[in-house]
Design a protein around this ligand. Structure first.
Ligand code: ADP
Ligand code: MG
Length: 728
């Protein structure tokens, strides 16, 4: 085994950067080449068919079968010209990642075969879906699931397959994926936000949510990765003593990108550009061998599809460069984990970003309306937002030193905070004079220059205002962003509906519109005060302070997830027609199952490695020491032996103790699992796994890591942290 590790190291030392050829010197020459985008639709579709797709994208109208046939023909012609032989419906089941099943275009005819495609095949498919999780929604006798075309996300060619983004629903219409409720949530926020915008501008007829994700990841050399069964099977290291040097010197963040990695990045970008994914920024992250990729933001549904797609592409391209990519939130203990900040905003069909501080009084009140309603939404539904980002991997990152704590708070920055304070004060005691109002409004007009100063940033906040958007920073790197976006857009839609109702009530009673808006906003500021926090989210003081403010602090998955089943959450999702009670229950069930499975797998892998790899290695080294002592006894006089062998004997005993502990705890861990496995009900079982199985992972690891420091380096079977993180 040990040879496996040393061989792997040798392999890495002989690596050369892989050659890579860009599609064209100018990215603009080939951007979107493999996407059936608007220009291509224009070319390959009749005017009528083109308008039908546009109408579906912009107004959500249904495309009838005849029209779908026409669109399918155009799509097929384009796909065949670009080398496609197959087509697939591409969807996002509740497991991690995406799913696809390819079918060839060919069908038989009198002369042999021809390529065929139809509106029916484009619009709907019935994959054999019985093995995708549904959380008990589908009984096996009605295990059918359907995928249905999402025209708002353009089809593309992946390798030789025309890939059609779709939703995935059950035979009885329940959502079995991430995209369905995301589309519903986006539509809810569109409606609610448009209605509010109409107070200010009648030309606003739709509002879209935007997403700019920042994908963090680790790259590990393939040979070293393969020598770490824990990485292969669980995505994280279950053992490993920390390297003497890791990120203390902050010498990795933004430092020069190693050539092998740079080639990988270029290769990824090249593929991304062909697929119309506007990737923009690449850099080294804080931890050694950690990197980040971020695109220009896009409409949220499309941006999320692009994130799912690029995660897949990066995995494939990493292999081409003899790397493996880690999306796990905490692959290495003791150093930074990976997140996926979700930069989120709302913008109107008239081109206004609702989170951009305006240049005139009217647009400033519009801006404040959206910021303040966001505050209230986050405050009221902090538990739901937390649930949307909590899972086994992220649990390890959150609350650790590099990521926001498990308390959901909002960072606004000094300038916006000042505005809100002013607004609150001026209306609390008396009515503002028109002059004061103007002053306030003008004051707000100065925000852009100040807030965009990057010093006014808070990296410790889970939800931060960053000048023209909110950044939901607590999202995990392996997550499907939809989970967070469903919750975020839902709570925002809900809040905006509530806001409008209240304002309308005042208007009905005779209050002027501006005054009514002002009064309600003031109340919202007062109500959501506790969630605003500009200080250090990592400090112990904040934990105490948050408790005083009545904010919740939950740091384990089973409890966090239970927020999905609170009456107010069910009510919210049902009212907005995003998910009904049964769908919610199903999804939460799936989440609990995933959590249980992940701990179960980790426990098994650690148990195996401890007993098959670590204990034998430790025994082998112990035997060498024992032999050494035996020879010493033969060679030296009794007196000299006493003097010389003492330290070795201690070492032998220490190794013995660690071995015994590992064996005993491994057995106890198996027993804990057996006990947990028979607990009925996913929630209780998840709790048992969290509280009775999970602690053993830490316990056993402690002894293994101690052994790593003692046992002869030549014998140690698994690549060490310093090798995984610094050999490149
Ligand atoms: P950071 O300093 O946080 O790393 P970046 O400049 O890398 O910021 O941007 C992060 C992401 O935020 C990018 O994807 C960017 O396109 C996105 N972004 C910028 N403005 C908006 C906005 N108004 N709405 C949504 N996302 C945005
Ligand atoms: Mg950011």
């Amino acid at each position: 085994m040990a040879h496996f590790r040393l061989k792997a190291l040798e392999e890495v030392l002989n690596r050369k950067p892989e050659p890579f050829v860009r599609e064209d010197n100018l990215v603009s020459n080939y951007y979107g080449r493999l996407v059936f985008d608007r220009p291509k639709m224009k070319k390959y579709l009749s005017k009528e068919a083109f308008n039908a797709v546009m109408d579906a994208i912009e107004n959500g109208t249904t495309i009838d079968r005849k029209m779908a046939d026409q669109i399918a023909q155009g799509m097929k012609s384009w796909a065949l010209e670009n080398g496609a032989t197959h087509y697939t419906h591409w969807f996002q089941p509740l497991t991690d990642g995406t799913a696809e099943k390819h079918d060839a275009f060919i069908i038989h005819n009198d002369h042999g075969v021809i390529e065929a495609f139809s509106g029916k095949l484009l619009a709907q498919q019935e994959p054999d879906a019985s093995s995708f999780p549904s959380g008990g929604i589908r009984q096996t006798f009605e295990a059918r699931g359907y995928t249905a075309w999402d025209p708002s996300s353009p089809a593309f060619i992946s390798e030789t397959t025309l890939t059609i983004p779709t939703i995935f629903i059950s035979f009885t219409g329940e959502a079995l994926d991430y995209k369905t409720p995301l589309l519903r949530a986006l539509s809810a926020v569109d409606k609610a936000a448009t209605a509010v915008c109409q107070y200010f501008d009648k030309n606003v007829t739709s509002v879209q949510a935007n997403l700019g994700w920042e994908q963090e990841y680790f790259l590990i050399d393939e040979a070293l990765y393969m020598a770490r069964p824990d990485l292969v099977l669980t995505g994280r290291t279950l053992m490993g003593h920390s390297s003497s040097k890791d990120q203390q010197l902050d010498d990795h963040y933004f430092s020069s990108i190693p050539t092998r990695v740079n080639r990988f990045m270029q290769d990824v970008e090249n593929e991304a550009y062909k697929l119309g994914i506007p990737v923009k920024t690449r850099h080294n992250e804080v931890a050694p061998n950690q990197f980040e990729l971020a695109p220009i933001f896009e409409e949220a549904n499309l941006a999320n599809d692009h994130n799912q797609l690029i995660m897949d592409i990066m995995q494939k391209i990493a292999r081409r460069h003899k790397f493996r990519i880690l999306y796990h939130e905490k692959p290495f203990a003791g150093i930074n984990g990976s997140g996926k900040h979700n930069n989120w905003s709302l913008s109107t069909n008239t081109g206004v970003n609702l989170y951009s501080p305006g240049k005139n009084p009217k647009s400033n009140i519009l801006f404040l309306t959206f910021v303040i309603n966001t505050l209230k939404a986050v405050y009221d539904h902090q538990n739901l937002l937390r649930a949307s980002i909590y899972h086994a991997g992220n649990q390890r990152r959150l609350g650790a030193n590099e990521a926001p704590p498990s308390i959901i708070s909002v960072f606004l920055g000094t300038e916006v905070t000042k505005m809100l304070d002013l607004m609150e004060e001026s209306v609390t005691d008396r009515k503002m004079t028109p002059d004061e109002k103007t002053a306030l409004k003008l004051n707000i007009g100065r925000i852009p220059e100040i807030i965009l100063d990057s010093t006014d940033r808070n990296r410790t906040s889970p939800f931060a205002f960053t000048g023209n958007r909110f950044e939901f920073r607590a999202v995990g790197s392996s997550a499907n962003c939809a989970s967070a976006l469903i919750a975020l857009n839902a709570v925002m839609a809900n809040q905006l509906i509530d806001f409008k109702e209240k304002v309308d009530q005042l208007i009905d009673k005779g209050t002027k519109k501006d005054e009514a808006i002002f009064q309600i906003l003031k109340q919202l500021i007062i109500d959501s005060k506790p969630v605003c926090f500009n200080g250090d989210g990592y400090s112990d003081n904040w934990i105490k302070e948050a408790k005083k403010r009545g904010l919740s602090n939950v740091n384990n998955v089973p409890e966090a997830l239970s927020a999905y089943l609170r009456p107010e959450t069910i009510k919210l999702f049902e009212k907005l027609e995003i998910l009904d009670q049964q769908e919610l229950h199903g999804r939460v069930e799936v989440e609990y199952e995933k959590f249980i499975m992940k701990i179960q797998i980790e426990a098994r892998v650690l148990g195996d490695l401890a007993i098959n790899h670590i204990v034998p290695t430790a025994v082998q080294y112990q035997t060498t020491l024992l032999q050494n002592v035996k020879y010493m006894k033969e060679v030296f006089s009794a007196e000299e032996f006493e003097q010389l062998a003492g330290a070795r004997m201690d070492l032998i005993r220490e190794i013995g103790k660690h071995i015994s502990s590992i064996k005993a705890k491994s057995k106890q861990m198996v027993d804990a699992r057996k006990k947990a496995n028979v607990i009925p009900g996913a929630i209780e079982k998840a709790k048992a796994y969290d509280q009775t199985v999970r602690p053993f992972l830490q316990d056993i690891r402690y002894h293994i890591d101690k052994l790593e420091l003692i046992v002869d380096n030549e014998l140690w079977p698994l690549p060490k942290y310093r090798e995984l993180l610094f050999v490149r």
